[in-house]
Design a protein around this ligand. Structure first.
Ligand code: SF4
Length: 347
């Protein structure tokens, strides 16, 4: 069951309550390069990103943020640290949400940001990271408690000012710590933004994020995700999308291909890669299987909406559990794509 949270809006994107899990990413170029920033935003949006975050570290960036805002309709979050005036400038520039770490902003200044966000009807994400806790001085439990206590304290401060459009995040570079902290934070009743912070390069980052975000989503916790990676932001978006599709939380293609073994006599990797590339953006709940031989191939293909199993220079095609066609390995990928067109354009 989904953890109950308040529903808030980031421009036209709902977060929390019964809303779909929103996908976020962050630009990794300076916003002063407006064209590069816009290009990243549009690429991410085209790949399924719902909300983009932009770092606003100085006044020049706040000015550039305003220019970016004017030129895209994608919901934009301004990421602010230390200087409350940048938060006010970003709100004035049309930010749809502000992300702050309240720990690095004095409370009277935080109040000014809260009041400004309230007056402009936009939410604030309170982001607390384990990095701010003294790692050597505390146990994992101690850090988790410290992060969540800090979060609760700020929530209380916001509520005292009549501000409730809050998103929470508690992140750590450690998977177990992230999961434990989010379980605690979920009790506060506000939408949760999830991810493992500074998760690393592509492979390790994907693994850490998948374990943490996936575990929490399976428990019904989490309302928006960012798969933080030292990589292209589009990789973050695609990973988040795959995660949500895998958990049945988003429409999309379940793609099955076998790992290949000594029984395989066909060029499976090449065909599987071509077919995956063809189906990866289809937003329909279908299962596609590409298998390497006659041992497990027919079984797995029979379970798919469309499947192909190869052996001895040929592929057998399966549709909705039934074997219906045999084609030469040479033509198989192209013919299979036409079959995909047929089943995906039916309705
Ligand atoms: S389907 Fe065939 S080729 Fe693929 S892993 Fe299984 S036995 Fe090996």
């Amino acid at each position: 069951m989904r953890n109950p949270t308040k529903k808030i809006y980031v421009r036209n994107v709902p977060i929390g309550g019964d809303s779909p899990i929103a996908i976020q990413s962050m630009t990794n170029v300076s916003v002063t390069d407006v064209e590069a920033t816009l290009a990243q935003i549009e690429q991410c949006a085209a790949n399924g990103c719902d909300i983009m975050r932009i770092a606003v570290p100085n006044a020049e960036c706040a000015k550039a943020f305003a220019e970016v805002r004017r030129r895209t309709n994608v919901p934009l979050v301004a990421d602010i640290h230390f200087d409350y005036r940048l938060a006010l400038a970003a709100i004035e520039a049309g930010a749809d949400k502000i992300r702050i770490n309240p720990g690095n902003m004095p409370l009277p200044q935080l109040d000014k940001v809260t009041d400004c966000a309230k007056a402009n009807g936009i939410p604030i994400r309170i982001g607390v990271n384990a990095g701010s806790a003294d790692r050597r001085a505390m146990s994992v439990e101690g850090r988790v408690k410290a992060m969540c206590d800090s979060l609760a304290k700020y929530v209380e401060r916001f509520e005292e000012r009549g501000f409730y459009d809050i998103v929470l995040s508690v992140k750590s570079t450690d998977v177990r710590e992230t999961v434990a902290a989010n379980r605690l934070a979920a009790k506060l009743g506000y939408p949760i933004h999830m991810g493992v912070t500074e998760a690393g390069l592509l492979r390790q980052g994907l693994v850490k994020n998948s374990i943490a975000i996936g575990s929490l989503l399976l428990e019904g916790i989490g309302d928006t995700v960012r798969v933080s990676l030292t990589s292209d932001p589009v990789d973050e978006v695609r990973a988040a999308k795959d995660m949500l599709v895998s958990l049945g939380l988003k429409k999309g293609v379940t793609f099955v291909s076998c790992p290949k073994c000594g029984r395989c006599s066909i060029d499976l990797e090449n065909v599987a890669a071509q077919i995956y590339d063809y189906v990866k953006d289809i937003d329909k709940n279908i299962k596609i299987a590409v298998m390497g031989c006659e041992v497990n191939g027919p079984g797995e293909c029979s379970d798919a909406d469309l499947g192909m199993a190869g052996a001895n220079g040929k592929y057998v095609f399966f549709k909705h559990g039934k074997r219906y066609k045999t084609v030469s390995a040479q033509d198989a990928a192209e013919q299979f794509k036409r079959e995909i067109d047929l089943i995906t354009n039916v309705d």
